[in-house]
Design a protein around this ligand. Structure first.
Ligand SMILES: Nc1ncnc2c1ncn2[C@@H]1O[C@H](COP(=O)(O)OP(=O)(O)OP(=O)(O)O)[C@@H](O)[C@H]1O
Ligand SMILES: [Mg+2]
Length: 366
């Protein structure tokens, strides 16, 4: 394990991805924790390509570094260390949606809507500044304290797909990629919204909409095949959810929701109890005239939608919206931290006993 990256002192490993390792580090100047993504990818490249890769990576990091949004991980710094280039970013203490889903959990409508609200908001903010994520997937969404969802790796997750296919290699799985991304076309925000919709479908049903045994099969399905209606896999979902998914996962970008806000608004509508519409008004008119709630709130058993003002209330049940998803992971994390401390103690004691044994043996002999 490297000791440091520039001034950042390495404390441990946070995780591993296809591009490299993410380290937990400390910035001694400011005293804050920083996550460092090291990208040793460039080590095997010839000099020209390596320089080009690093230039593009730092350029992307610069663009992502200019973003300031509560749902986007903040990029602090980028540089080149012994292990190749690295990106320094806000350290998050949380659970990725990938960890949640791989434990077999499914999300309810209120939780899905909250994910759509926060991720949609972060993506809209990035799109307005000309940045497309290109790699929205459960591993890049982290649930942290106060029910915040953070988008990770925005703009830096990987170089554009088209470049990688030109190189003849594919990093990661294409399961969350839009048809236009797989075709190597120019992307806009709707491509990320397609990926977000794949995440929502999987989180709701426990299954990916376009499964496959291999990359070719997955790509073929994303570009050509329909998907199983979500309500067939998860009967508690309303039929309207299937309609929502048809639009969110439309093959043609023009037929999808235009913004994250639009995607969220349409999902949120499924949560709102259908009140009778006054005579002479359309449902759309009625909804437009109502105050648009911005935060999903889960109260006891009933799920309703409240205005954003409720989110500051400490007794509000919003504090618990992701509780059932993250609880086991938090306790697992705590117990594995405890376990590793116990192991450190055991190794320490054994080493001490061994040293003592050597000393005693030395005295007995001499
Ligand atoms: N800012 C961060 N704070 C805390 N942990 C992080 C941070 N960024 C990444 N991690 C951890 O490191 C792991 C690896 O992240 P990385 O982005 O390298 O791979 P990935 O997104 O899981 O997969 P892939 O490389 O295929 O995109 C994540 O799953 C997460 O647990
Ligand atoms: Mg990632």
């Amino acid at each position: 394990m490297p000791k440091s990256f520039g001034r950042y002192q390495v404390l441990g490993v946070l995780g591993r991805g296809s591009m490299g390792v993410v380290y937990k580090t400390k910035d001694p100047v400011i005293g804050r924790l920083v996550a460092i993504k090291a990208i040793p990818e460039t080590l095997g490249l010839e000099t020209g390509k390596k320089q080009e890769y690093i230039r593009r990576l730092l350029q992307e990091a610069k663009a992502a570094g200019s973003l300031q949004h509560p749902n986007i991980v903040t990029i602090f710094d980028a540089g080149e260390g012994e292990l190749g280039p690295f990106i320094a970013m806000e350290y998050l203490d949380g659970v990725t949606l990938k960890e949640v889903l791989s434990s077999g959990k499914k999300l309810n409508l209120a939780q899905l809507t909250e994910i759509a609200r926060q991720v949609g908001d972060g993506l809209d903010y990035a799109f307005q500044r000309g940045i497309v994520h290109r790699d929205i997937k459960p591993a890049n969404l982290m649930i942290v304290e106060n029910n915040m969802v953070k988008i990770m790796d925005l703009g830096i997750a990987r170089l554009p797909f088209s470049d990688l296919t030109r190189e003849g290699r594919l990093v990661g799985s294409p399961s969350y990629m839009s048809p236009e991304q797989l075709r190597g076309e120019k992307l806009d925000g709707k491509s990320d919204l397609f990926s977000l919709a794949v995440v929502i479908y999987q989180a709701a049903t426990g299954k990916k909409p376009f499964p496959g045994q291999n990359i070719q099969e997955i790509c073929y399905r994303i570009i050509n095949s329909e998907f199983v209606p979500a309500s067939r896999l998860e009967p508690s979902l309303p039929a309207e959810f299937d309609q929502f998914m048809l639009k969110a996962l439309a093959k043609s970008a023009d037929k999808r929701f235009a913004t994250g806000k639009e995607l969220f608004d349409n999902l949120r509508r499924l949560l709102v109890e259908k009140e009778p519409v006054p005579p002479g008004k359309s449902r759309e008119q009625e909804e437009m005239e109502k105050e648009i709630p911005t935060t999903v709130v889960k109260r006891e058993d009933a799920v309703s939608v409240g205005s954003s003002s409720t989110s500051s209330s400490s007794e509000s049940a919003i504090d618990d919206i992701f509780r059932d998803l993250t609880l086991t992971h938090r306790s697992l994390k705590l117990s594995s931290e405890k376990e590793s401390k116990v192991w450190q103690m055991v190794i320490g004691i054994l080493a001490g006993v061994a040293v003592l044994g050597v000393i005693i043996w030395y005295f007995i002999r001499g």
